[in-house]
Design a binder for this molecule. Structure first.
Ligand SMILES: *Cc1c(COP(=O)(O)O)cnc(C)c1O
Length: 341
């Protein structure tokens, strides 16, 4: 393959644009552990203000951002309720248990990503010495590329608060949900006590996530960030990329969503593929048995990168054009055609 591969493995693969690198070069920096990196401070204040929170905190990764949030909300021996397909439960190495001494109570999710309110309520443990203390409900938006229904977030957080639980939103792709629904992101985070947002996915920054919450919660999370090794020094270089992304790369997420629609449309009906309708920038394709084992490697040989076997994931992002999508469809068509490979 002579041309650069079309990388649909994740929206984390985006490279900083020339203009973003320019913003990074120009960034004013200080020592953020001392709190005097003005660019980091500006990023934290900007996102907190945008989402309607008192304070923000910059992290090197979304995983560390979520973990510090869990540790700020929960003490040793506390529990958090979480969807069993949620990133914080399934894809963060069990960090809550390993590093936080926090028990996860995973709950089955409906196909739309919601957790039935009755199962949330039933999972809240009675207050006696036999039981772990249920302290927090964590939700995710988007979840597997699906927009979490807004009514659900409202009902679930109200229920949690009624039982004295705190609420956290893993909003790694929050802006995808906001752009898709054409609402301000701050509307989608109402009812949550803290929210994490990834800058390094569709927003295209090289590194970083931001946690927002009350001043008190952020103070606690800041302590855990240091303990977890996430205290960075002249991090303004990285925060500048985040600020640039918030200004220039949010509205354009709509392009990723329409590219995902085009990709799904192009793949639909190809032999051996069952394509799920994408809501944002993630296209899920269920692949029939003989094809499943060879599809992703065969695509890779032809310069189209994806992940999975029986359930293959294609993610559109800043570095994938409509022409790339057309080429990717042509390659999948070739690989899946009965007379093909
Ligand atoms: C990517 C992601 C994270 C954070 O991942 P990092 O790779 O650690 O930045 C958290 N939650 C969700 C839903 C994600 O998709």
């Amino acid at each position: 393959m002579s041309a650069a591969p079309i990388d649909l493995r994740s929206d984390t693969v985006t490279r900083p644009t020339a203009a973003m690198r320019e913003a990074m070069v120009r960034a004013e920096v200080g020592d953020d552990v001392f709190g005097d990196d003005t660019t980091v401070n500006r990023l934290q204040e900007t996102l907190a203000g945008q989402l309607g929170f008192e304070a923000g905190l910059f992290f090197p990764s979304g995983t560390q951002c979520n973990l510090a949030a869990l540790m700020a909300h929960c003490q040793r021996g506390d529990e958090f309720l979480v969807g069993q397909e949620a990133h914080t439960y399934l894809h963060e190495g069990g960090g809550a248990a390993v590093l936080g001494s926090i028990q996860s109570q995973p709950l089955a999710q409906a196909p739309d990503g919601t957790i039935p309110l009755a199962s949330i309520e039933a999972a809240i443990k009675p207050a006696d010495d036999h039981h772990v203390r249920t302290r927090l409900l964590a939700l995710e938006n988007t979840i597997g590329g699906k927009v979490l229904p807004q009514g659900h977030a409202q009902e679930a957080t109200t229920l949690a608060h009624r039982h004295g639980l705190a609420t956290h939103l893993d909003g790694a792709r929050l802006f995808n949900a906001a752009v898709k629904q054409q609402v301000e992101a701050r509307v989608l985070v109402q009812g949550f006590d803290s929210v994490s947002v990834c800058l390094s996915k569709g927003l295209g920054a090289p590194v970083g996530s931001v946690l927002v919450g009350t001043r008190a919660l952020i103070k606690e999370a800041r302590r855990w960030r240091k303990v977890l090794g996430g205290g960075m020094r002249q991090a303004g270089i990285l925060a500048a990329a985040g600020l640039y992304a918030l200004e220039h790369h949010v509205a354009r997420l709509a392009e990723d969503h329409s590219n995902a629609q085009a990709l799904a449309g192009g793949l639909r009906g190809l032999p051996g593929l069952e394509v799920e309708a994408p809501e944002t920038n993630i296209v899920w394709v269920n692949v029939a048995a003989p094809l499943a084992a060879r599809l992703v490697p065969a695509l890779a040989e032809r310069g189209v990168l994806a992940t999975g076997t029986t359930r293959v994931r294609f993610v559109t992002h800043l570095d994938v054009s409509a022409a790339d999508v057309a080429r990717a469809v042509a390659v999948v068509r070739e690989v899946t055609s009965p007379s093909g490979c």
